[in-house]
Design a protein around this ligand. Sequence first.
Ligand code: PT1
Length: 273
Amino acid sequence: MIFNCGKFQLDLTTPRVMGIVNVTPDSFSDGGKFSATNMAIEHALTLAEEGADILDIGGESTRPNASPVGLQQELDRVIPVIEALVKQVNIPLSIDTYKPQVMRAAIQVGASMVNDVRALQEAGALEVVEKTNVGVCLMHMQGLPATMQNNPHYNDVVNEVKTFLKTRLQASIHAGCRPASILLDPGFGFGKTRAHNILLLQNLESFADLGQPLLVGLSRKSVLGQITGNDIDARLHASIAASVLSAMKGAKILRVHDVKATVEALKVVASIQ
Ligand code: PT1
């Protein structure tokens, strides 16, 4: 299976790794824009050296309880990072955003893929990708990050997530996206309880019915904290287990923080596939 992603073609015969690059001022930086930009670029270069197949660049956190970031602030965070990385790495750069204006600007400076936690449902989002050959990841989310973990409910989480992804896949193809450029993602942790996340993982094989490669993001997520009792900074081993399990159940791209460890673990999976 080949994934067409801008000028890149990714062979998904064996599982691939998407490295997470957050461009958000955090405790390590002095809060200044210059240092946040440079730290993100340095981190991205490290992930590329560690064997990432894609880099996913995001300027607005979508973890539970996160608050939205304004358009200009998001652009100021991600665009300089993409501009710098396009010149320095030869792997696809993905923009993690739901805002059509951010997608457009990122594609203009060389992003090869759009990773959208709202599955191109924002007004104008389908139009941004329809006339390009960028890769797209369509993800399922119930609610919005600020409130999504406040009592998520499904009658049948697996079928509801699948039905949503099928609908968004059809909308994207109808708008002119090539099927070979579309990834689907059940959206672990996005409006899902521990039981919902575990049901999705148990039934991950069945997402093959949708006929598209699957992307999975479980790295350091709270469901792994609930299972192990560990805080976010001690979820590496659980994250590796989750990536290996997902790959064994058919996931083609694993979105992770810990690229080196994941690349090694997935070589073991690939050796028997
Ligand atoms: C994801 C994903 C993403 N996750 C895609 N994009 C995040 N395609 C951002 C928690 O429960 O899985 N797939 N972009 C990060 N979001 C979360 C959600 C982080 C939940 C943490 C949690 O801890």
